[in-house]
Write a protein that binds this ligand. Sequence first.
Ligand code: FMN
Length: 321
Amino acid sequence: VPIHTALTRRFALQHPIVLAPMGGVSGGRLAATVSNAGALGFVGGGYGDLAWVERELELVAHGTTRPWGVGFITWSLTPQVLDLALRFKPCAVMLSFGDPVPWTTTIKASGCALFCQVQDRAGAAAAVTAGADFVVAQGTEAGGHGGRRSTFPLVPAVADMVAPTPVLAAGGVADGRGLAASIMLGAHGAVIGTRFYASVEALGHEKLKQEIAARGGDDTVRTRLFDLIRGHSWPARHDGRAVSNSFIAQWQDRQPEATRHTAELNDDFRQSQASGDVDGAMIWAGECMDLIRDVRPAAALVHEIGVAAEMAIRRAQALSA
Ligand SMILES: Cc1cc2nc3c(=O)[nH]c(=O)nc-3n(C[C@H](O)[C@H](O)[C@H](O)COP(=O)(O)O)c2cc1C
């Protein structure tokens, strides 16, 4: 029996699953594959590189006739990149990390649904005030940038706070049990990142995807190292969760020194990223790596996670029958 929620009804989805807008990883091919499989694909517009966004949005726009979206890191967004994205007629825009207010009028006037990804109650209140159609409550378990609260208590707290605005859970969901649990916590679906990084259609070196399949949640660390050496001005309350490796071990506690060598370190990790050298690359990934043991086609993931969640909910019903 399919799970019907405000998310599935709004976008006519088969499963209450959203592909996280992972910068540089959720490209147009992955987003289109996820949308074609009956979930909602988002392209990860990241810091808004115009050429990258244009190329990937062309791919998703030509790759599916189903609804899809695009996500941006709010504090880095510019009118130019938003205008470019809206020309491709997405159905949804997700804004994460920063004040959505300057962008909401343009996004809503285009007919897009506005998703705001938040990390705490203050962020949730700001999202509703800004007119969010969906609030994504992101726990610290998540891969990539985020905050300090955990998914399990944050999702129901935000759901209570922002009702009747529907909430989605992000952070730690990689299988049907996690999706079913998100629904039980009051969410209308889950935003899934790390699990889809380890998918055939994700952008990124094959060896980095295999590393996600090989490592576990104990092997992650929250870090600012990569932001520091890339010169990205992230607000102080956000760091990011990545796979720990020799590069992080070497520099994590020597950040003042790292700032004096940013050019070399930038070159080093970018080379590692391109060649798939897991010891030196920046591999954003979450605690749910424990549940990921292979790199799979994204459409199979959507189907398996969706069907397993339906079964988990049926099993839960049987407990009290
Ligand atoms: C590789 C990677 C890159 C990410 N990049 C972004 C991003 O550019 N913008 C954003 O809003 N969230 C980004 N995220 C966070 C996701 O939106 C989402 O909150 C997270 O993946 C959910 O947790 P999970 O990884 O446990 O599924 C990223 C996550 C990962 C794993």
